[in-house]
Every structure is written in C-alpha cells, then in structure tokens.
Ligand binder design. Structure first.
Ligand SMILES: Cc1cc2nc3c(=O)[nH]c(=O)nc-3n(C[C@H](O)[C@H](O)[C@H](O)COP(=O)(O)O)c2cc1C
Length: 189
C-alpha cells in the first residue's frame, strides 16, 4: 500500500511536473530589436522561463519568409508547403509547440507585415494536418503610439477564434512589461 506521503511524492514527480509546462513559440514581427515590442517579448520570455516553460522566439523581420503562393501544394503532396524558405523552421517548431505568441507593433492600423505573412503560411499546416491537430493556446503582445488597437485586435481574435485556438491573454501597449511578464509566468499552470 502506498503511504500518503509517498503518494504526494508521486504527484510532484518531475516527469509529472514537466507535463504541465508549455512549449511556447513567439512570432515576433517587430522591426526594432530594442524597441517597445521587444521589451514586452523579453519580459514575457522571462516570466515564461521562470515558470519552467520552454520558449523559442522567431525574429521574423530577418527571416526569409515569402508570401503564400496559393499554389495549394499543401493540399497535395507538399510537406507541408511547396516553398522551401525559412518558414520551414517555424513549421518544425509549430509541430511541437503548445502555445503560439504573436507579437507586433501596430503598423497602419494593422499588424506588421511579417506577422501576417507568417500566419498566412500556417495555412499549409491546417490544410495538411487538419484543424484538430493544429489546436493551440495563443497570446498577443502588441504596442502602438496611440491607445487604439481595434483593427489588429479584431484580426487576432477573428483568426484565433476561427481556428479554435485558446486565447490566454493580450498585452496591449508599450511599457506594459509587468503585464507581459505575468502573462508569461501564468502559462503552463
Ligand atoms: C510604418 C509604421 C506604421 C505605424 N502605424 C501606427 C498606427 O497605425 N497606429 C499607432 O498607434 N502607431 C503606429 N506606429 C507606431 C508604432 O506602432 C509604435 O511606435 C510601436 O510601439 C513601435 O514598436 P517598436 O518599438 O517595437 O518598433 C507606426 C510605426 C511605423 C514605423
């Protein structure tokens, strides 16, 4: 018979603990490496790592990720996409991740181009593996000069809702580093 103390030990066994930690990818579309958005990303990553999560950031501005060609290769034999550019790294990371964080400054009432382009390219994984296999948690980190996020927020919520993703939170506004940290720290628990 297992004693109560031993039972408690089993509950906190490291492999059980690691099961609740998340594998997070950040799709960061900020152009400035030390700008307002980068500050949110850094704080989020710090919080997420403190909670034992694994975090990988993709700095989209310096990656070669071309726009979707609508060739529909993903509905045939492409694996998962006919274009072989640096999106391949994100396809690989997406397969194993639990959480997708989108991060962007507001550019002309929308998200910055590299984020939209990258999300368009995710069409290939939905198409190839099906919606069930592509269910993820998600979060948004976004900055702007004006406290006005309606259009990009609407885009983010429309996309994630329609994909069936579970929105863990949104940090909207430059300087909200504590909020970003706390959102990161809350993941996986
Ligand atoms: C091309 C461009 C377009 C922008 N469009 C908007 C906008 O529509 N609304 C807004 O409030 N700020 C706008 N901004 C300001 C940025 O969103 C804001 O300064 C943001 O915090 C910059 O992020 P970063 O420091 O990570 O580069 C724009 C900036 C640039 C460079």
């Amino acid at each position: 018979m297992i004693s109560e103390a031993a039972n408690r030990y089993i509950l906190v066994h490291p492999s059980t603990v690691s099961d609740i930690m998340a594998n997070i990818i950040i799709l960061n579309a900020a152009a400035r490496k030390n700008g307002n958005t980068a500050a949110l990303v850094e704080a989020f990553m710090k919080g997420a790592k403190e909670s034992g999560n694994t975090v990988k950031e993709f700095y989209l501005q310096t990656m070669t990720i071309r726009g979707c060609l609508a060739c529909m290769g993903c509905t045939r034999n492409a694996e998962p996409c006919a274009q072989k550019d640096e999106m391949t790294q994100i396809y690989e990371a997406f397969k194993d991740c639990d959480t997708v964080v989108m991060s962007s400054p507001v550019y002309f009432y929308g998200v910055a181009g590299p984020l939209k382009t990258t999300v368009d390219r995710l069409f290939a994984v939905f198409s190839k593996y099906g919606y069930e296999a592509c269910q993820r948690d998600c979060a948004l980190l976004m900055t702007s000069d004006d406290p006005e996020f309606d259009e990009p927020l609407d885009w983010y919520r429309t996309f994630t809702n329609n994909m069936g993703w579970n929105n863990l939170g949104e940090v909207l506004g430059s300087g909200r580093v504590q909020e970003a940290h706390d959102l990161g720290a809350s993941i996986g628990h």
